[in-house]
Design a protein around this ligand. Structure first.
Ligand SMILES: C[S@@+](CC[C@H](N)C(=O)[O-])C[C@H]1O[C@@H](n2cnc3c(N)ncnc32)[C@H](O)[C@@H]1O
Ligand code: SF4
Length: 388
């Protein structure tokens, strides 16, 4: 990860990351996953001493260690909100459909509460669709604020750019909505794939007029982004860019200079070949050496250690290993029900146990050397359990 480009709220000191990974090793050892841990430490030698230490403990000692490790066993919870979306991006890694079993506010609150007990102070909402369309959006902000946590949200920004739409959904103008954001501990990655309205229309399958492009120090940017730049503190604004064939040149020529001049954070990422992009390589960019050299310092997601300390929950109420891996793809052994946070209707299950009982979730936690989302989706395997 290029940590200097990201919000500080999602960046953790290396020693803290390792401590949480060691805590998870302790818990997973207690739950009987020692063979997974042995494989993990064969590749990641720095964790071997901890496993050797666990081997030497009595059952009673391990139990005591688990009680201590539990409250520092996760740093961030990735929660997908509604699948509904008001855009139609051809490369989207989700199916952008709303489901009838999407998490409700009281269930989301329970997830947040349980994650908090495990050490999480940052709620990360990449979105399965457009999170600002979720009926619970503002209530979640209230809840997170009350708990003194931080929230990071990815948005296409349309609702903050178009007064008709913001009135329709929220009954307020874009300006009022952005002002309202100011009172929350929210950090926003605003989609900025291009500064060219025509290209945005093509890439996002929308009428780009919805963004009300406007001038900001000679940059042509969506109205909502301009409002944020004028209203929110700079350390809470970022842009998100997927680099693909159609916007590669523009990212190099315009988007990176915009980030440098404006001082916003940036999440620049390569394509994940999942969802609509599954088995679809037509949009992959051909990057020349000069571009590669520049992009190397901007692109996120190589050696993604986050799985080691992250909890990932999809909008259907199922646990997963990471955001672009559907819970249905975890295992063919009929274990899907063991990933369901709900039982008997709407009761939320004990998250801690679920995180450490399911073998595939446990295996996924130790894939800290690459991007498991991309690895799995390009592996041609039907199930994550088939990925060695
Ligand atoms: C699914 S979107 C949901 C949030 C919001 N609708 C948006 O687009 O910003 C979450 C993030 O994943 C990114 N994304 C979508 N499809 C992707 C793909 N195939 N590869 C990598 N990132 C992708 C989006 O650009 C966005 O930053
Ligand atoms: S990337 Fe975001 S805005 Fe685009 S279709 Fe997917 S969910 Fe919607």
């Amino acid at each position: 990860m290029k940590k200097d480009k990201l919000f500080a709220e999602q960046v953790f000191e290396g020693e803290l990351e390792n401590e949480v990974i060691r805590n998870n090793m302790t818990i997973d050892y207690y739950y009987g996953h020692s063979s997974i841990l042995e494989k993990f430490t064969e590749i990641n030698l720095e964790f071997k001493p901890h496993l050797n230490y666990l081997f030497k403990q009595t059952k009673e000692d391990i139990y005591k260690l688990v009680q201590n490790a539990k409250s520092c066993s996760a740093l961030i919870v990735t929660l997908m909100l509604t699948g509904k979306c008001n855009a139609d991006c051809g490369i989207c890694y989700t199916d952008r459909k709303s489901k009838n079993n999407e998490l409700k506010l009281h269930e989301i609150k329970s997830v947040i509460d349980q994650a908090y007990e495990l050490g999480v102070r940052t709620l990360y909402i990449p979105g399965e669709g457009e999170p600002t369309l979720d009926n619970s959006f503002w209530d979640i902000l209230d809840y997170v604020k009350d708990k003194r946590m931080k929230i990071i949200v990815f948005t296409n920004g349309l609702l903050f750019s178009n007064d008709d739409e913001s009135h329709r959904y929220w009954g307020i103008s874009c300006e009022e909505a952005v002002k309202r954001l100011k009172k929350y501990p929210i950090y926003i990655y605003f989609k900025l794939w291009s500064l060219k309205p025509d290209l945005i229309s093509t890439m996002m399958g929308i009428n780009s007029a919805k963004y009300n492009y406007t001038n900001y120090y000679n940059w042509n940017i969506p109205y909502g982004l301009k409002l944020m730049l004028e209203t929110l503190s700079l350390d809470k604004i970022g842009i998100e860019v997927i680099i693909e064939k159609r916007n590669l040149e523009e990212v190099v020529q315009n988007i990176i200079p915009f980030v440098q001049k404006s001082g916003v954070k940036s999440y620049m990422e390569p394509l994940i070949h999942s969802g609509r992009c599954f088995n679809q390589y037509d949009f992959d960019p051909i990057i020349n050496n000069e571009q590669r050299l520049l992009l190397e310092s901007w692109l996120q997601r190589s050696r993604c250690k986050r799985v080691g300390y992250m909890i990932s929950i999809h909008n259907s109420g199922y646990l997963s290993v990471c955001m672009a891996i559907s819970p249905k793809k975890i295992s063919k052994e009929g274990l899907l029900s063991t990933l369901n946070l709900r039982s008997n209707g709407n009761i939320i299950n004990e998250l801690f146990e679920m995180l450490h009982l399911n073998e595939e979730i446990v295996k996924g936690r130790y894939k800290i050397n690459s991007c498991i989302c991309e690895d799995f989706n390009t592996s041609k395997k039907m199930f994550l359990s088939e990925l060695v």
